[in-house]
Design a protein around this ligand. Structure first.
Ligand SMILES: NC(=O)c1ccc[n+]([C@@H]2O[C@H](COP(=O)([O-])OP(=O)(O)OC[C@H]3O[C@@H](n4cnc5c(N)ncnc54)[C@H](O)[C@@H]3O)[C@@H](O)[C@H]2O)c1
Ligand SMILES: [Zn+2]
Length: 361
């Protein structure tokens, strides 16, 4: 099957997102074709390097990669410092490339190092989680966490190339894969009925990592994200639709101190809450609502929510709203494949929706 190429125009020029099974092994040719064959520093993390190092052997030459500690806790300025050190040690100048080979954590952290080292060097994203392939590797947002909160330091640094190889996803823990798949479902709900149907109808094949199906699903998502970010690169209006399910999702992550939910799982619960609010308002047809609930149920178990307090969730949503700009622009759905922004959502409606998704207190 041929690779799929999507052009993304950013304020810094145009870059390609290439999606195809087996592409990671063809990286040297892809880099060369895009005139990106400069000195390259590869940045990765232990689980990815352990299982996929052979695929990048031919890009690496004689250099060893920088292997960052794994996980969200490593998304810090200290880790960024390790990348700077490696670049200095190798005497990399402004013509060098940094290649992020990992999930969203590696991509965001490496991207921030690339944005800032010598005021910016070129970045190649080779995302290895489903979430990173459909979301974090595209759009140019990079950054790290501070002790006070997530993604508080960041930059806008579009990549020079994004290479998505769905074969890399076969080694993901099932729960991580599923978490990314909830974001895929989100793209279906906000923008594409055919994408939603393709996941719903072929769920077993999706979990079996069928390469052609994965390529088609990942490229549909990349196309939607690319379209949205091109219309709204720095997030003012249209980019908001990407936050479907995220108002309640972020609150669930915050009240459980980022320990109970993977991001995508919190988004799944948030989508169910947003769907409930949409349905109660008469925006979301009952049949579509049933299909969304059914698909999320068939995908597998979600973390428990019954013990969480609706009051704590509301407080977290209010806090988020203050941090944004004082107004809650709630992304609702008006049917699978389309969204509406509503700016008058009442606390009462959110509380009712939280009860509907299982909160008891
Ligand atoms: N920049 C953006 O626009 C944007 C958008 C969404 C999310 N994000 C960020 O992305 C991060 C989450 O990314 P994530 O969900 O990819 O998590 P992650 O990077 O922590 O990866 C999840 C786990 O899977 C492992 N892993 C990665 N690829 C693997 C593979 N192919 N095989 C086996 N194991 C593998 C990782 O080592 C890690 O343990 C968050 O920090 C979030 O803020 C950024
Ligand atoms: Zn998300």
């Amino acid at each position: 099957m041929d690779a799929i190429r999507i052009e993304v125009t950013s304020e810094r020029g145009t870059y390609l997102v290439i999606i195809g099974a087996g592409l990671a092994s063809q990286l040297p040719a892809l880099l060369k074709e895009r005139s990106l064959d400069a000195q390259t520093l590869i940045v990765t993390c232990p689980p990815v390097w352990r299982v996929h190092r052979r695929r990048l052997r031919n890009v690496l030459g004689k250099h060893t990669p920088v292997v960052l500690p794994d996980g969200e806790r490593a998304k810090t300025l200290t880790t960024v410092g390790k990348i700077y050190d490696a670049m200095l040690k190798r005497r990399l100048d402004r013509s060098a490339l940094i290649l992020a080979f990992g999930g969203g954590v590696v991509g965001d952290t490496t991207g921030f190092a690339a944005a800032t080292y010598l005021r910016g060097v070129r970045l190649i994203q080779v995302p290895t989680t489903l979430l990173a392939q459909v979301d974090s590797a595209i759009g140019g947002k990079v950054g790290v966490n501070l002790a006070a909160g997530k993604n508080l330091v960041g930059a806008f640094h579009p990549p020079s190339l994004v290479v998505c190889d769905p074969l890399l996803l076969a080694t993901l823990p099932r729960r991580e894969f599923r978490a990314g798949l909830y974001e895929v479902v989100k793209y279906g709900v906000i923008a594409s009925r055919p994408l939603f149907d393709s996941v719903s109808t072929n769920l077993n094949k999706v979990f079996a990592h069928d390469p052609a199906l994965a390529t088609s699903i990942v490229s549909d998502c990349c196309r939607i994200k690319a379209d949205v970010v091109m219309s709204d690169e720095r997030e003012a209006g249209p980019r908001r639709v990407l936050n479907f399910g995220h108002t309640v999702g972020h609150a669930l992550e915050a009240v459980t101190r980022y320990r109970r939910f993977l991001h995508g799982e919190a988004v799944a619960c948030g989508m169910l809450a947003a769907a409930q609010i949409s349905a109660t308002r008469g925006l979301f047809p009952a049949d579509d609502h049933a299909q969304l609930r059914d698909l999320i149920a068939r995908m597998g178990p979600l973390p428990a929510v019954a013990d969480l307090r609706t009051g704590d969730l509301i407080a977290a949503i209010e806090h988020d709203k203050k941090v944004v700009n004082g107004q809650l622009h709630f992304v609702a759905t008006s049917g699978i494949g389309s969204t509406v922004i509503v700016s008058d959502v009442q606390t009462r409606e959110i509380k009712d929706a939280l009860r509907a998704i299982g909160l008891r207190r």
